[in-house]
Design a protein around this ligand. Sequence first.
Ligand code: PLP
Length: 621
Amino acid sequence: GELYGLNRWGQGFFEVLDNGEVALKNPMAPDAPAVSLPGIIRDLEKRGIQTPMVLRVTSYLEHAIQQINHGFRDAIERSGYRGTYRGVFPIKVNQQAQVVDRIVDFGRSHDFGLEAGSKPELVIALAHKLARDALIVCNGVKDAEFVGLAIQSCKLGFNTVIVLESVMEVDTVIETSRALGIEPMLGVRVKLTNQIGGNWAASSGDRSTFGMNTAQLVEVIDKLRDAGLLHCLMLQHSHLGSQVPDVNDVRRSVGEACRYFSEMKAEGAPLTHLDLGGGLGFDYTGEKKASANSINYSIEEYCANIVETVGYAMDEAGIEHPTLVTESGRAVVASSSMLIFNVLEATLFDASEAPDAEPGDHHLVSDLIAVGGYLSGDRLRECLNDASFYRNEMRALFRRGQIGIRQMARTEKIYRHLMARIKALAAADERGADIEDELHKLADIYHCNFSLFQSLPDVWAIDQLHPLMPLQMLDQAPTRRAVLSDITCDSDGKIDKFILSEGTSPSLPVHDLPEDRPYHMGVFFVGAYQETLGDLHNLFGDTNVVTIDLRTDGGFDLLHEQEGDTIAEVLSYVEYDPSDCVAAFRKLVDGAISAGTISVEERLPLMQAYRDSINGYTYYE
Ligand code: PLP
């Protein structure tokens, strides 16, 4: 486990058992025995649930919700802040019913609410029984229908706040509220000028496409005052962008938000809630530093900084301490899901044996074989250079038709055997470090049963890093280095950047694939954004999704299973009617019978094969 940096990024959620298997620790019951992850997979397979699968562990979700709520509660108590915290979960970060339902359940005792960024997300929010004081914060572009539903929901006891995103939206709200005869709960989205770092820097600063500048805010206040609705403006919202790497950016931006808050109060807006949006980052690499995949602060520090900054600023302005709201999504759900897939086969870039020299060998083949004679620790790079040169010369001859496929195959085998010897020597000799870059290029390709585009879209789109490691055999030293390739027919469908204890690496230490049992990989912390951002490239659909709870006796409870898409389902997403496909195929089969190309008896197995496929999983079974 240490090799993969588990101690650094694992947050105490994982450990390696004596039998070499990764096991899950329950953060809600730290003394409970860890549950073997391959054991869970074996159990699920017996129940007919196969990999690839997303495994959701509710214990991690419960833990994250507790951490953030306790973080604010403790910081408020410690600093004597005279206000409360009312967090909301932004539904966009993981809209799946099994996730949102549980967040609502775990959050009820903390008055935890929901954030909706669109009409469908508001519809989801309103299908939940929230705590009496919990908020529903509506962000995003809103039409009259959205606004009307939000306003009317207050009649049912929901605290649904419409956050005005633009001056145009104010008119919609005024008109809809008048037409319904109900006063809205209003918020306003402020565009902060302070720019943050990281992948989502564009969500902040002057050029951000969200929120209103000072001139627009003044216009909104005037419009609301004229319409007699200024007294409804209770919340100020701002959002810095996701995964803020540096906690000092949080402090600076919160300070700026407080200035707007006190100025708008002075303008007569009765603001009571300060909503600081999302941005609380997640330390994917465990480096604890301000970078794209890591953060230089803890949840506790984030909470303390916000509480302290707001407290000071409000005291200075002589304003009552507002209720604090944050919209943390990533930090709430990232840890709760992992992707598990099996390795299907390996393309090795070395060979354990080489053919012997033969009398008719081309002289370049003899030269290549001769490299093996002077291979030693101090001539590693020279041998690599020579072997590549002779192999490439042979390839050039092959392309020109001067040697045949058998000579070429012998050349490749001899070359690969040399590479195996070079790799072994480099691993055993400290001078091997000199050719590390070259060795990464010789990494094997492990072909894995998943789609990067469907299951890890941010790895493809923005080079997001997730911890990834084999789930078994960790009692044995890895024997190979590999890059992982998915089963789409797209050369982008690969993972070639891994978090290891010494930093990131272009290849992953792996074991020789066992012949008698599967070799599973786990990709951790994929609960935020990945599930819905994934796409249907090559028509690989949703994977199976299993929700479990870790018991305190070392076992687990299966709470829910969502079967992955069948081929029929993904066909329907791209405008095919599966029954039309069956009918069309049947017609072709009958045509072939009429033409005499197949026999009548062949019809049944052909139709059966087609039907089995259409009803099956989109992944390798
Ligand atoms: N609130 C708003 C308005 C957002 O746009 C986002 C996402 O970027 C979030 C909250 C969630 O942010 P995070 O996942 O960083 O907590």
